[in-house]
Design a protein around this ligand. Structure first.
Ligand code: ATP
Ligand code: MG
Length: 414
């Protein structure tokens, strides 16, 4: 038989309960409200897709595709992958639902993602992301709006003072081709010193070497040429447009030519909000422009910009959200008063109040329970008072007790 006491969640997964849960949903709620101000609607796509949705889009050299995907063959023989991120799924959904003529689409999402990674603080195998995408806009203003939305969410969460926005451009195709040649020339001189992963990247996608986490690679990257010297006039103008709008929106940033992002599909804008408050797991929100993605999936050519943020990392940075405020505990003094107490309970809930009752127990036990749920008030329903149409309302914070008419109870608490 299974011994429940020894059962743990699978390595790299966790239960989100209690304070963790309050933190988690505070992040989602705040992000959802702010994204709505930018015109986003919330989409929910399946947590698994045909493997090709990810394999074709994330790039064959990305860490996610080479090492981290949870893929399996289902009973029908289809290759299925638990989504490692949601951008590819959103793009798939845009096409599947025939929305490629209704543009731009501004999308917000929140939900679980899955990557087979080595678990550590701030790094899980099932983790959660919020994210937004603006699909169908080729203007630098869309990039600036997306970034500003991320910044405003970090501000609303009270953590903007802990994060730095690092902004880069990967240019257009011509800029990137020229830059790629320069990178290959540079890194080829040190080929033997590169990590095995980066030796492979040198052949397949040299830009990805800039994103290497290997320490020796990082030393070589520090001396590498930067994209800024290889931008075409068009690409430079685009980057200026993004920076200009960000400045008007009041979003502080630094330019960092080493930001290339983990996935292969970016062009022009790439950015990360990083923090030094979380040790090695420093990126809290990252994204960029992915104009080539939809076409790569077999859809129409479609400009798009978006970002994703790890909820677990954000949840660790925020101050503890308040527990439920102003809960009301209804306390009948005896069994005879139970039904009257239930009526009061139902009325308060119908008026939008958070009200609870213990299912059983004497008054003392029910008072203890009221304290345990951190109720702000106890409504004590007694025989004599009920005859007169009133109850005792005890403020559990300061101990004061007053009589209140039952009829006006909801108004009193409001
Ligand atoms: P990292 O460099 O930390 O691996 P990444 O480039 O793989 O990040 P993205 O794919 O851009 O990350 O995902 C966006 C955000 O999602 C990250 O900045 C991070 O906050 C969060 N994230 C990514 N992987 C994990 C994970 N395994 N556990 C928890 N959060 C994660
Ligand atoms: Mg990663």
């Amino acid at each position: 038989m299974v011994d429940l006491k020894t059962l743990q969640p699978v390595r790299g997964t966790r239960d989100i309960i209690g304070e963790d849960s309050r933190r988690h949903f505070h992040v989602i709620g705040m992000a959802r409200d702010i994204a709505a101000r930018y015109g986003c609607t919330e989409w929910v796509t399946p947590i698994f897709e045909d493997t090709s949705v990810f394999a074709r889009t994330l790039g064959e050299t990305s860490d996610v595709v080479t090492k981290e995907m949870y893929s399996f063959t289902d009973r029908g023989g289809e290759s299925i992958t638990l989504r490692p991120e949601n951008t590819a799924g959103i793009c798939r959904a845009l096409v599947s639902n025939g929305l490629t003529q209704s543009l731009p689409q501004k999308v917000f999402y929140a939900g679980p993602m899955f990557r087979y990674e080595r678990p550590q603080k701030g790094r899980y195998r099932q983790f959660h992301q919020i994210g937004m995408e603006i699909i169908g806009s080729a203007e630098p203003l869309a990039d600036a709006e997306a970034i500003d939305c991320g910044w405003q969410i970090l501000r609303a969460l009270g953590i903007s003072q802990h994060v730095t926005l690092k902004l880069n451009t990967l240019g257009d195709t011509a800029s990137r081709d020229a830059y790629r040649a320069a990178l290959v020339a540079y890194f080829s001189r040190f080929e033997a010193d590169l990590s095995a992963d980066s030796q492979m990247r040198l052949v397949k996608n040299p830009l990805r070497i800039l994103d290497s986490k290997d320490e020796n690679d990082r030393r070589l990257v520090a001396g590498a040429p930067t994209i800024f010297d290889y931008l075409t006039p068009d690409a430079a103008r685009f980057f200026d447009g993004v920076q200009n709008a960000l400045t008007i929106f009041g979003v502080p940033f630094i330019r960092d030519p080493q930001i290339v992002r983990g996935l292969d599909y970016y062009s022009h804008t790439a950015f990360e909000f990083t923090t030094d408050a979380l040790g090695a797991q420093g990126t809290v929100l990252g994204g960029g422009r992915y104009d080539g993605l939809l076409e790569q999936m077999g859809g129409p050519a479609m400009p798009a910009i978006g970002w994703a943020a790890g909820i677990e990392r954000l949840a660790m940075l925020i101050a503890e959200p308040p527990a439920i405020e102003n809960a009301i505990a209804i306390i009948p003094v005896n069994d005879v008063m139970q039904n009257h107490a239930l009526q009061i309970l139902a009325d308060l809930r119908a008026s939008g109040m958070h009200a609870e009752i213990s299912y059983r127990g004497n008054m003392k036990r029910r008072m203890e329970r009221a304290n345990r749920i951190q109720a702000a008030f106890a409504v004590i329903v007694g025989d004599a008072e009920f005859e007169r149409g009133v109850v005792q309302v005890k403020n559990l914070r300061d101990g004061q007790q007053i009589e209140q008419p039952i009829a006006g109870l909801a108004d009193y608490f409001r």
